[in-house]
Design a protein around this ligand. Structure first.
Ligand SMILES: [Zn+2]
Length: 308
């Protein structure tokens, strides 16, 4: 074996990989044929980590979910369900069920899937239906109208097999929507920051626009996908920026107030009439989204595939 050869073949095309870089003592490999980057440890090790997020994940979700996430989930659920009724929706890797809440609000029959016990408790508590991981759930073919997978595919060690199952359980004409970290984002390309997005072994699959397109166009299911749309989006390293502001804000809130000398509060100004008001939420999401669109260098990738 050559010095820089890897032990695990490429999960996308089964070609050999070469050593790419070391992150937190985990070797990342890059496929010599398709360029896909993946963690060079056993699938079992990845599953052991990914399927057993403890209660600490609950706190992590609560801390890392920002207003952008909530607005984003509102936007994508609105877009995917527009003009349709009686939809069966599955959210893979549903975590604390924030996206499912949006679908339920829009009258969808909502299912969640997440291997972590804390997430299952969370979802049941909110009254959604829960299935095991889709590979183990034995779902009927052509069952779901919409399948979402937000920030989940990067945790999947065998993306081809995973996507094969998604396509099998999706109805013809149904849509699957994905968001994942963009390994081709500007900070990662420049190696300025490691970021939250390069986090092995939990994050085991590192997609760029090119390798994600390659995943969707593999022969295993190419004839079953009618349409593929991939964009990069999001201000690069926005989580780092958000965390910085959030810490600053918390610190400033902790300072004791000098209430005695504080000037009396000015009376609230009347709100401008609705017709002239700028939708600040839409503006916030718009700025966040479009800053990452040019040249595929944004924080994340979004993809929509339509089943033939
Ligand atoms: Zn490959």
């Amino acid at each position: 074996m050559q010095d820089n050869a890897t032990t695990k073949p490429c999960p996308l095309c089964k070609s050999p990989g070469r050593f790419h870089r070391l992150v937190d003592e985990y070797p990342l490999a890059k496929c010599t044929a398709c360029g896909f980057v993946y963690v060079d440890v056993s699938d079992q090790h990845i599953e052991d980590v990914t399927f057993n997020y403890g209660d600490s994940a609950k706190a992590h979700y609560a801390e890392s979910q920002s207003i952008i996430d909530f607005l984003w989930f509102d936007k994508i659920s609105r877009k995917l369900t527009a003009g349709k009724t009686n939809l069966k929706v599955l959210d893979i890797g549903c975590g604390n069920g924030v996206l499912l809440q949006q679908f339920q609000k829009r009258g969808c029959d909502s299912y969640g899937s997440d291997p972590s016990p804390w997430a299952q408790d969370c979802v049941r508590h909110h009254g959604y239906k829960m299935i095991p991981t889709i590979e183990k759930a034995n779902v009927d073919p052509d069952f779901f109208d919409i399948i979402t997978s937000t920030s989940t595919l990067e945790h999947v060690a065998r993306p081809v097999e995973h996507l094969t199952e998604i396509i099998r359980i999706l109805k013809p004409g149904g849509k699957a929507y994905f968001t994942i970290p963009n390994y081709g984002s500007l900070p990662i390309r420049l190696r300025i920051v490691k970021g939250r997005l390069v986090a092995p072994p939990g994050h085991c699959s590192y997609f760029t626009t090119r390798t994600l397109r390659y995943l969707f166009t593999r022969q295993d299911y190419a004839d079953k996908i009618a349409k593929i749309k991939i964009n990069s989006y999001g201000i690069p390293e926005s989580y780092g920026i958000y965390s910085w502001f959030s810490r600053k804000l918390k610190r400033s809130k902790k300072k004791p107030k000098d209430t005695a000398s504080a000037p009396p509060k000015a009376e609230a100004k009347p709100k401008p009439d609705a017709g002239r008001r700028v939708d600040s939420k839409a503006l916030l999401v718009g700025v966040y989204y479009w800053c990452g669109r040019p040249f595929g260098l944004g924080d994340k990738l979004e993809a929509t595939i339509t089943k033939a």
